[in-house]
Design a protein around this ligand. Structure first.
Ligand code: PMP
Length: 417
């Protein structure tokens, strides 16, 4: 019996709450890949705050830098004034991330969340092109404000709000096959087809909330080609797939594409603090001062922890290690699909953004619930929650990754019997 009465959430928190239902415990402590409830029960965190905790909980290095900054009365809130913490972040981001990848982007601070970066990207694309339409993809997830929700291909989340807004075309995709793009081009070529040349196309290279649907690199290249041909801005929403989740800092790196605008948030602060940036090809940075603003753009605590987080990327072994663990995860998932054909599973994903889509109704939710009983936090995704997702911290210890595999296998086994 928990010390905190769980009914307080039923009584007072809006019905919109969800994770409190999936994980009925009161959490109070976390370190690395482990999280504890107030009764001292330990869970392995294979959820990582939906991709916001890629470096695990309470990283020592980031914590030390943050405490030092706080003890020194470092500025907390600064709107978009210049601050030493912001200068430190921009310098490190340029040195460690942009320059080595030969990427030339201006950095915009759009507001604290993933939704804010998406909104700013959509607004800028409209301003730059003078066009209004945006093409997005079925099962894409881009945020919960009316604009970002309009490009989110999830009818459950859209219908109550009465979106999409006009001028958003949601392209159906079939595991990102080429045919849909041929179809799109035919629409664009056909004057009066009803599909106007859009301002932008927005997509995730791996759809996180939409079911770990993974775009093939050739498909991404083809999207880039179409964008170039029609002068459409390509926005990659790397809020969930970025910051190393798929094995490289940006998820689009191995595809060899260069988006016009990139949205980053979630794990960017490294420490679970709200923080987002929008990367803009310099010649597109036509904002006028103050044209897009927001009270919480200058989260200096996030600048401090994000700068410390980027230090991990200075060590080439960091990236190699993610790839080693990704291989372990994918091998494990392939083995599960073969060993337990009853779950009618298909392995999905790239890097440490992986999962199994089960064709058995409700199976993945049952796996996640069992895993919780067995000491693991895990999320499901996809339009019917058909995918159970493996999202461990990127720096999880191998022995805990293996322990996680055991918990998952035990959970599957108990359900297929
Ligand atoms: N884009 C993607 C790809 C996301 O996964 C999310 C959050 N799940 C968002 C945007 C919105 O981010 P936030 O919840 O921080 O507003």
């Amino acid at each position: 019996m928990s010390q905190t009465d769980l009914t307080i959430f039923d009584k007072l928190e809006s019905e919109v709450r969800s994770y409190v239902r999936s994980f009925p415990a009161v959490f109070n402590k976390a370190k690395g890949e482990k999280i504890w409830d107030e009764d001292g029960n330990e869970y392995l965190d294979f959820f990582s705050g939906a991709g916001a905790l890629n470096y695990g909980h309470n990283d020592d290095k980031m914590k030390a830098k943050l405490i030092e900054y706080i003890m020194d009365d470092g500025i907390t809130h600064s709107l978009d004034k210049a601050s030493t913490a912001k200068a430190g972040f921009l310098t490190k981001f340029n040195e460690v991330i942009l320059k080595p990848r030969q990427l030339d982007y201006k950095v915009m601070f759009p507001g604290p969340t993933g939704t804010n970066t998406v909104e700013s990207a959509l607004k800028l694309a409209r301003k730059v092109t003078g066009r209004t339409d945006v093409i997005s993809f079925t099962n894409g997830f881009h945020g919960m404000t009316i604009g970002s929700l309009s490009v989110t291909g999830n009818s459950f989340k859209r219908k109550g709000a009465g979106v999409p807004l006009q001028n958003v075309v949601t392209m159906p995709y079939d595991n990102f096959v080429n045919d849909d793009l041929d179809y799109l081009e035919r629409f664009l070529e056909e004057a009066g087809s009803g599909v106007a040349i859009p301002a932008a196309m927005i997509l995730e290279t791996v759809q996180g909330e939409g079911g770990i649907n993974t775009a093939r690199f050739e498909w991404l290249k083809r999207v880039e080609d179409i964008c170039k041909r029609w002068d459409i801005l390509l926005i990659i929403d790397d809020v969930q797939a970025g910051v190393g989740r798929t094995g490289t800092f940006f998820s689009f790196e191995p595809a060899g594409i260069k988006p016009d605008i990139v949205c980053l948030s979630k794990s960017l602060s490294g420490y679970g603090l709200p923080f987002a940036i929008t990367l803009i090809r310099p010649e597109l940075d036509i904002w006028e001062p103050g044209e897009h603003n927001g009270t919480f753009r200058g989260n200096n605590h996030a600048f401090i922890t994000a700068t410390a987080a980027l230090e991990y990327w200075e060590d080439p072994d960091f990236e190699k290690n993610i790839q080693v663990k990704s291989e372990m995860v994918h091998n494990f998932l392939e083995k599960m699909v073969k060993t337990y054909p009853e779950m009618k599973g298909e392995v999905r994903g790239r890097g440490l953004m992986a999962g199994i889509a089960s064709d058995v109704d409700g199976f993945s939710n049952k796996v996640a619930a069992k895993a919780f009983e067995n000491g693991m936090i895990m999320e499901t995704s996809g339009p019917k929650d058909e995918v159970f997702k493996l999202f461990p911290p990127l720096n999880i210890k191998e022995k805990n990754l293996e322990k996680g595999f055991e918990i998952i296998e035990e959970s599957i086994k108990s359900l297929v019997k």
